[in-house]
Design a protein around this ligand. Structure first.
Ligand code: AMP
Length: 173
């Protein structure tokens, strides 16, 4: 029996003081745990038409999920990385703002997608990604995360979208 929580390393004060960083690298280093995580994520929802992974750790879980389901993988990238025509979504960070992009031809109208990232905190990043998908008239049927930090309102920020997380951790532990 694999306990995924045994493969998450907590790093205090990274990338800055007061943040308890949940490091998923140990999980990636265990093929057994990595496989278990992908299977568990895949079991939470019906096979979609495409998987949208959020830069950059969302790629690490989104791409294997897309292969698992045999559906296209679409990366949501930070501003300025995609070479083709894009749609953009600006979102707020603790200090300032950031922008995510999708290629304008990455999804078709009505395609059912799932949005994937390693961790849900305040939900701002995932919400911007959902808005990007909707800009292309595609649907988001669920958001999938390995870890949900509880107490930051992420799940509420994405409501009424179904949110699935393999591990739920209090923000202050
Ligand atoms: P948010 O937009 O607040 O939901 O933040 C989610 C994004 O920030 C994800 O891409 C996470 O990888 C990253 N993130 C936020 N907090 C943490 C944390 N404590 N440990 C690891 N990654 C985090």
């Amino acid at each position: 029996m694999i306990r995924l929580e045994d493969h998450i390393r907590e790093v205090p004060d990274f990338p800055k003081k007061g943040i308890r960083f949940k490091d998923i690298m140990p999980l990636l280093q265990s093929p057994e745990a990595f496989h278990a995580a992908i299977s568990a994520l895949a079991s939470r929802v019906e096979r979609p038409d495409a998987v949208v992974g959020i830069e950059s750790r969302g790629f690490l879980f989104g791409a294997p999920l897309a292969l698992h389901w045999n559906v296209p993988f679409v990366p949501a990238r930070k501003f300025g990385k995609l070479p083709g025509a894009t749609v953009r979504q600006v979102y707020s960070l603790e200090y300032g703002e950031d922008t995510l992009e999708l290629h304008a031809d990455a999804l078709r109208r009505g395609q059912r997608t799932v949005v994937v990232d390693d961790l849900l905190a305040t939900g701002g990043t995932a919400r911007a990604t959902v808005q990007l998908v909707r800009q292309l008239d595609a649907d988001v049927v669920a958001a999938l995360f390995v870890i949900e930090l509880e107490g930051l309102g992420g799940r509420e920020r994405l409501a009424p979208l179904p949110v699935h997380a393999l591990l739920r951790m209090p923000v202050d532990e």
